[in-house]
Design a binder for this molecule. Structure first.
Ligand code: PEP
Ligand code: MN
Length: 336
């Protein structure tokens, strides 16, 4: 981090600032020019409050030269993190496929879907019991009953389950859930992130609707700073000016995140596009871009789905996607 002091800054105030920074455990390097003094900070600056420094009357400009996140940073943890849940692995060469309906609707729907996605090669079953819906009048999930049905499908198939946590009040109901999903709308619910950081269950952290890669990594840092190292990032499309697709699939997120972090990256072409016809090509693009896994919405009868039918694919279409995904994983040296 670099602090450029105003040319009007007195030496007394500069010295006081340097003392204050040293007291925070930071090493400082000062360079005094004809017009201004520049203070360089060395050490772990992730806890330094940039805005407080900017508010100093002697500060002209404050700039970070290293990332504000530490625990998720690849620089301090060069090996890929492999997240394990219910016997399945994601990351570090293991490719994980999470498939299932947007929401759990009935026993028959979730159990038949679970059997079909397992047969096609999925290694996780997804399904929402608590659904974040834009309209309060839309179907908001079967809630506790939905979780019971999801657990039944887990028992029938042996597939580990992934489902969204919408409120910390429900955490006790999630004891037998293998991976807790934090949805796009809660990516910056910092109380929730801090709390789930205290449990040791794997967390699937979806990217916020309009959040930058850095904001997303800072949210993962929240979870990790609570002690939970099992974080999987999920790219699910971002808001752009384009309206032809539900969101814009940021395929660059996978290779870029692999440079910045050791955490595994899963791609969700379903929420990214909102269109069933685009799932296969974009799932393939995700594998080619080096993703560690996929999340795909599958419904036995998409036209009758109570949520996200337009982006859901049939079990037969999913099996077709999986056959190409498996071939591409082979090329990418991924274990699927
Ligand atoms: C979902 O996975 O069903 C979901 C609601 O996703 P997102 O939070 O990405 O919109
Ligand atoms: Mn959905």
């Amino acid at each position: 981090m670099i602090i450029v002091c105003k040319n009007t800054a007195s030496q007394k105030k500069i010295d006081a600032l340097i003392e204050d920074l040293k007291a925070q455990g930071l090493e400082t390097h000062c360079s005094t020019g004809a017009l201004s003094t520049i203070i360089g900070l060395v050490g772990d600056t992730s806890r330094v409050d940039l805005e407080a420094l900017e508010a100093l009357d002697i500060a002209e400009k404050v700039q970070r030269v290293s990332e504000p996140y530490k625990l998720v940073n690849r620089k301090f943890h060069s090996d890929d993190t492999v997240v394990e849940a219910g016997g399945a692995k994601i990351g570090g060469g293991y490719f994980g496929v999470i498939a299932g309906p947007c929401s759990i609707e009935s026993e028959d729907q979730i159990v038949s879907c679970a059997k079909a996605v397992k047969a096609a090669g999925a290694n996780f079953l997804r399904g929402g019991a608590f659904k974040p819906r834009t309209s309060p009048y839309a179907f908001r999930g079967l809630k506790e009953k939905g979780l019971e049905l999801l657990l039944l499908a887990k028992k029938e198939t042996g597939l580990p389950i992934v489902t969204e946590l919408m409120s910390l009040d429900h955490l006790d109901l999630f004891n037998d859930v293998d991976v807790i999903q934090i949805g796009a709308r809660n990516m910056q619910n910092f109380e929730m992130l801090a709390e789930i950081g205290k449990c040791n269950k794997p967390i699937l952290l979806k990217r916020g609707l309009a959040n930058t890669i850095e904001e997303w990594l800072m949210s993962a840092e929240y979870i990790m700073s609570g002690g939970n190292e099992n974080v999987i990032l999920c790219e699910r499309g971002i808001r752009t000016f384009e309206t032809a697709t539900r969101n814009t699939f940021d395929v660059s997120a996978a290779p870029l995140l692999h440079e910045l972090t050791h955490l595994p990256v899963v791609m969700d072409p379903s929420h990214a596009t909102g269109k069933s016809s685009l799932i296969k090509p974009l799932a393939k693009s995700a594998v080619a871009a080096g993703a560690d896994g996929l999340m795909i919405e599958v419904h036995p009868t998409p036209e009758k789905a109570l949520c996200d039918g337009a982006q859901s694919i049939t079990p037969a279409a999913f099996a077709d996607v999986m056959s190409d995904v498996k071939m591409l994983c082979h090329i990418e040296h991924k274990i699927i």
